[in-house]
Design a protein around this ligand. Structure first.
Ligand SMILES: [Zn+2]
Length: 196
């Protein structure tokens, strides 16, 4: 099924992907005035760490994670976080925040001379862990998503594509050494080159 992933489309008016599961998060707000998305940030997330497939990412991003249910959840109690999109292990996408809005994914961060990367970035979470290979379906879905975003927003490009660890190196390690950047870049180059 990952051989022919569906073509994704961004509705520029709403900032939503068409045909994609939506679970809208309250953990977002407006970007600063005159600020367009200029940076693409790839993350890895699993809740609890190393466990895949449960409802906990939806719960965290919608403010309904049961903090008492796991010691790790207790350790992040009260965290109000989100991302624009999550890509599950099977390549399925869920959108939590419209792309025109500011999702709360990067935290204290710096890209070149600019800080507060949430202001001007799009955050994409892959369900995963730093040391666990990401799946074929995830790379395929990520490439489709990045291509759709780059096509929809002229302010984005494949040149400004980083991991969370690149913009918050003292605090964050995701998406981790398991994430294959050369593979992503090669697949994205091929996908963008194939676009009319
Ligand atoms: Zn992250």
């Amino acid at each position: 099924m990952s051989d022919h992933p569906p073509v994704l489309r961004v509705d520029a008016a709403t900032g939503l992907l068409s045909g994609v599961r939506q679970v809208l998060s309250p953990h977002c707000d407006a970007r600063p005035p005159q600020t367009s998305p200029e940076l693409l940030v790839v993350h890895g997330i699993s809740l609890p760490p190393g466990e895949f497939g449960g409802p906990e990412i939806d719960q965290l991003f919608t403010g309904t994670l049961p903090w008492e249910a796991h010691p790790y959840f207790k350790s992040i109690e009260g965290l109000r976080a989100s991302a624009h999109v999550v890509i599950r292990r099977d390549g399925a996408l869920t959108q939590y925040v419209p792309f025109g809005a500011r999702a709360w994914h990067a935290g204290v961060s710096q890209y070149g001379t600019r800080s507060a990367c949430n202001d001007f970035s799009i955050g994409i979470e892959l369900e995963g862990a730093d040391e666990v290979p990401y799946t074929e379906a995830q790379y395929a879905a990520l490439v489709q998503l990045l291509a759709a975003l780059i096509g929809a927003y002229p302010s984005l490009s494949s040149e400004h594509l980083v991991g969370h660890s690149d913009i918050a190196p003292a605090r964050k390690t995701d998406p981790g050494p398991a994430f294959d950047w050369p593979r992503l870049r090669a697949q994205l180059r091929a996908r963008l080159g194939a676009s009319p």
